[in-house]
Design a binder for this molecule. Structure first.
Ligand code: NAD
Ligand code: ZN
Length: 360
């Protein structure tokens, strides 16, 4: 499957399919990235043992000069420290403007490598080879970043890839939890934009959880397509793009309070999406939205309740610290029907608090 993302003046393909990894050399040259530019692959220690040497060999065989950098697995690698280490390596290798940075990994590697590509010599070409389901989300939109110790994603840029090559076979080595968590974002794309796709996700839950290649490739394709529809209408985050944050206001607060690691991102937003549906119900929208949201998430084995030991005060405080809230007013993305969301402003913190308590 191939999907072209059109953003402003630029466009790039997302190619999705089973066993595509060894087609990277061809895809690079098709996109004008020939062997005159050195390749710099950035990946992490959990991915490298499975896929790195095969990919390097395939590229070298076609005449590419390939260098690789492996960071530790996990969010802590999205840091200025690892960014600097990678920059040091890039300079020592003598990489120049013709070089291409390749992210082989999930959202962490994608964001980190993307920020390297955006800033090395004021920007070099960037290619994504996503290896998680969640990374379908980060492969569209061009947001790249590292974290600051005080706040996530605070240091970043917009930098679009030249190409995204998504091999569904690489997803087979993901843990069961990572699979479910990534699928939460796929479900989110159905909830915000496309009831028919949500129904499809419901019907194909077993196939997706078993990582059936054909079903996965459609789910990732449609997820990317929905995100692209939203982002292309709002590339620099003026308004519409906020609907992608369904479930994220509560979800980010839960992640922060639980300490990163206890709840995976998709698990946190799963709970957050149920919270937003509850909020919709309180605002007068049909209760069936809550039932439908909850039942599909449960079918995917995703959590729909806030772990009891997480303190409500701490969750509320984390939400109020969120940069999106000005002067005590809360804004929320709420589902007003299945497949359609709206941004509701001026939500009272008391109401949100009662929903948080209820969700425990
Ligand atoms: P991740 O990249 O940390 O991957 C999750 C875990 O799975 C890691 O331990 C990783 O080493 C391992 N892993 C990855 N691929 C594997 C494979 N094929 N086989 C075995 N193990 C594998 O996490 P993620 O969930 O992919 O991404 C989360 C990050 O994405 C966050 O930092 C988030 O901020 C970012 N993100 C960015 C955007 C964006 O628009 N730029 C959108 C959504 C999320
Ligand atoms: Zn998310």
């Amino acid at each position: 499957r191939e999907l072209w993302i059109e953003l402003g003046e630029r466009s790039y393909p997302i190619i999705i399919g089973d066993g595509l990894l060894n087609r990277l050399p061809q895809a690079l040259s098709d996109r004008g990235m020939g062997t005159d530019g050195d390749l710099f692959i950035i990946t992490d220690e959990n991915i490298a043992p499975h896929y790195l040497s095969g990919l390097e060999a395939a590229l070298k065989e076609q005449g590419y000069t390939v260098n690789s950098f492996v960071v530790p697995g996990g969010e802590s690698s999205k840091s200025l420290k690892w960014y600097e280490n990678i920059m040091t390596e890039a300079i020592q290798l003598g990489l120049d403007r013709k070089s291409v940075v390749i992210a082989l990994g999930g959202g962490v590697v994608g964001d980190l490598a993307g920020f390297v590509a955006a800033t090395y010599m004021r920007g070099v070409r960037f290619v994504q080879v996503p290896t998680t389901i969640l990374a379908h989300d980060s492969s569209v939109g061009g947001k790249v970043a590292v974290n600051h110790p005080l706040a996530k994603n605070m240091i970043g840029a917009f930098h679009q890839p030249e190409l995204v090559l998504y091999d569904t076979a690489t997803l087979l080595t993901l843990s069961d939890r990572e699979i479910r968590s990534g699928l939460a974002e796929v479900i989110k794309h159905g909830l915000i934009w496309d009831e028919a796709f949500l129904n499809w996700c419901d019907e194909h839950a077993d196939a997706l959880l078993k990582l059936d290649a054909e079903s996965l490739s459609y789910a990732l394709y449609r997820g990317c397509e929905v995100k692209a529809s939203v982002v292309s209408q709002d590339e620099k985050e003026a308004g519409l793009r906020a609907i992608l944050n369904l479930g994220h206001t509560i979800g980010h607060a839960l992640e922060a309070v639980a300490g990163y690691g206890e709840l995976l991102h998709g698990e946190a937003i799963s709970i957050g999406m149920v919270g937003s549906a509850r909020l919709a119900e309180e605002l007068g929208y049909p209760a069936t939205i809550v039932e439908r949201t909850q039942s599909i998430l449960e079918r995917y084995g995703l959590p729909v309740r806030i772990p009891k030991h997480l303190d409500t005060d701490a969750i509320m405080a984390a939400m109020m610290r969120d940069k999106k809230f000005k002067s005590g007013q809360m804004n929320f993305v709420v589902p007003v029907e299945i497949g359609k969301v709206e941004i509701q402003t001026g939500i009272s913190p008391t109401l949100v608090r009662s929903i948080v308590d209820d969700l425990k």
